[in-house]
Design a binder for this molecule. Structure first.
Ligand SMILES: Cc1cc2nc3c(=O)[nH]c(=O)nc-3n(C[C@H](O)[C@H](O)[C@H](O)COP(=O)(O)O)c2cc1C
Length: 212
């Protein structure tokens, strides 16, 4: 049982509670929150919980497998780690940690354009299996450069964003003054002091910055 399940965090709710206690408030609210009044976030969460699985009994499931082939690679599951910007602000070296976990479990890892790890670092960790999510920069020369770096690093799968014409309106981030690196307001300093593990790790690993 212990080997099979993570006994400390058997559910997302357990992980969420732990993250809340471990991260500065500005970092937790960034990853936990959504845009505007978070109506879309709540609706998505509610809707996915409404899905019902229909069991089919007394069938031979001996050879059932979650393995899936996507863009020429076979993965152990049909889902992976989706792109999240500023990950290193949530936890130091989060993209490196997640990319390694995804690689070890043979599921896709998608690196955001606005990540805190470079294309080259994550391509090396995933042996070129990472997918790169491109936010289309205003300057075409930057796009060309990013794509050339992907190609040189052996990245074969590109994820194109088409749904973000401008910055999202995120009231919590506006209130928290969330920036890269985080703004050293008295409130944020206090939050960092109340998260000593996060502060120490950030001190050791270096302050997060946009690497691409
Ligand atoms: C904090 C946060 C940051 C995100 N950053 C990016 C990003 O940089 N690029 C991107 O394509 N999607 C980004 N997303 C969207 C996610 O990749 C994902 O598509 C979205 O959260 C929906 O999946 P979910 O319902 O599992 O949260 C972000 C989502 C969150 C919550």
């Amino acid at each position: 049982m212990k080997d099979y399940f993570n006994t400390a965090y058997p559910s997302i709710d357990h992980l969420r509670k732990k993250a809340k206690s471990r991260l500065p408030k500005f970092a937790f609210e960034y990853v936990d929150g959504g845009c505007n009044n978070e109506i879309g976030l709540r609706r998505n969460t509610d809707d996915i919980r409404k899905l019902e699985l229909i069991p089919y009994y007394l069938r031979d499931y001996k050879d059932v497998s979650l393995k899936t082939t996507l863009f020429g690679e076979t993965y152990d599951a049909p889902f992976g780690v989706s792109p999240v910007g500023l990950q290193g602000l949530i936890w130091p070296q989060a993209p490196e940690i997640l990319a390694k976990a995804a690689f070890d479990h043979n599921v896709p890892f998608v690196l955001s354009t606005v990540s805190t790890a470079s294309i080259e670092t994550i391509a090396e960790i995933t042996e070129g299996k990472m997918w790169f999510q491109l936010y289309h920069p205003v300057d075409d020369a930057i796009t060309d450069d990013l794509l050339a770096r992907c190609k040189a690093a052996g990245v074969k799968t590109l994820v194109l964003l088409s749904d973000v014409p401008t910055f999202a309106y995120r009231p919590k981030e506006i209130k928290n003054g969330l920036a890269m690196p985080p703004k050293m307001t008295a409130e944020n300093m206090l939050q960092i002091m109340l998260s000593p593990e996060w502060a120490l790790e950030t001190l050791i690993k270096g302050k997060p910055e946009f690497k691409s």
